[in-house]
Write a protein that binds this ligand. Structure first.
Ligand SMILES: Nc1ncnc2c1ncn2[C@@H]1O[C@H](COP(=O)(O)OP(=O)(O)O)[C@@H](O)[C@H]1O
Ligand SMILES: [Mg+2]
Length: 260
């Protein structure tokens, strides 16, 4: 296994360039009991570098969503540890975990999860409003331009295309300047053109606005937007690829299928 173990070892990682926004160590997740147990994560150690766009790639059922959910504090590991920055998630009670998710993590899901009764502008600032935080008006203003929703701010989600709705969800995820944004199949419900827009947006947020994104996908074209791709198979981290292209990612996926 060539996994990103170096990034996960923390103390031996020099300098701020190698800062790790999120990491899991020896992560095991077992679902169910008795005959029906599924080992969704089977000893994964990986760090997600700050300021980078990382894609988690693998076939359906390989544990991608489980890894993301456990790394982001939406689910708990059976054993092993998960950190956001220096904070170990299992050390937090429910209330602190909820606050950490709200204040330090952004989420984008396949189904956009917008509030239908709120306007675009209200949806974008919802996490901040729930936190009673004022937010950074200049930052949010810049975000609105980055996602190209300036002329839609007073619309309701139902008046937008799927691609526009997902761009609202992306803006909402970044609104509070979280340490890391996790996206689970963010283009899964979009046509390829809208999907490309959303992926371009995630890439620009990382490269132009110094954000950190971890994206789960099974689509090589989507993964090619990332700086680095991590490959999962059967709950294990089996490979990584820097500067991916869709063709290279596709070839790597095929190689796994031949081997198994
Ligand atoms: N809540 C759950 N209960 C039982 N098994 C689950 C649950 N969630 C996921 N699994 C199983 O864990 C494995 C990994 O699932 P998942 O992380 O969703 O994979 P992926 O996102 O790569 O498709 C699969 O075998 C899946 O069926
Ligand atoms: Mg999944």
């Amino acid at each position: 296994m060539t996994a990103t173990t170096a990034a996960a070892t923390g103390s031996s990682t020099p300098g701020p360039a190698a800062r790790t926004a999120a990491r899991v160590t020896d992560a095991v997740k077992v679902y169910g009991a008795g005959d029906t147990t599924v080992r969704a994560l089977d000893g994964v150690t990986v760090g997600f570098a700050a300021g980078r766009f990382t894609a988690i790639m693998g076939p359906s059922g390989s544990g991608k969503s489980t890894l993301m959910h456990c790394a982001a504090g939406l689910d708990t590991l059976t054993s092993g540890t998960a950190h956001i920055g220096d904070t170990e998630l299992s050390a937090l009670d429910d209330r602190r975990l909820t606050l950490l998710r709200r204040d330090r993590i952004g989420f984008v899901f396949q189904q956009f999860n917008l509030v239908p009764t709120l306007t675009v502008a209200e949806n974008i600032t919802l996490p901040l409003d729930l936190a009673g935080a004022r937010g950074d008006a200049e930052w949010i203003d810049a975000l609105v331009d980055v996602v190209g929703l300036r002329d839609r701010l007073r619309h309701r989600p139902a008046e937008l295309s799927g691609g526009q709705q997902q761009r609202v969800a992306v803006a909402r995820a970044f609104a509070g300047r979280p340490d890391v944004v996790f996206a689970d199949e963010p283009t899964g419900n979009l046509d390829s053109r809208s999907g490309q827009e959303v992926l371009g947006l995630l890439g620009r947020a990382v490269r132009q606005m110094d954000r950190t994104v971890v994206m789960v996908t099974h689509d090589p074209v989507a993964a090619a937007h990332a700086d680095e791709v991590l490959f999962l198979a059967d709950g294990r981290l089996v490979d990584r690829m820097e500067s991916p292209t869709a063709d290279k990612v596709l070839d790597r996926m095929k190689a796994f299928e031949v081997r198994t």
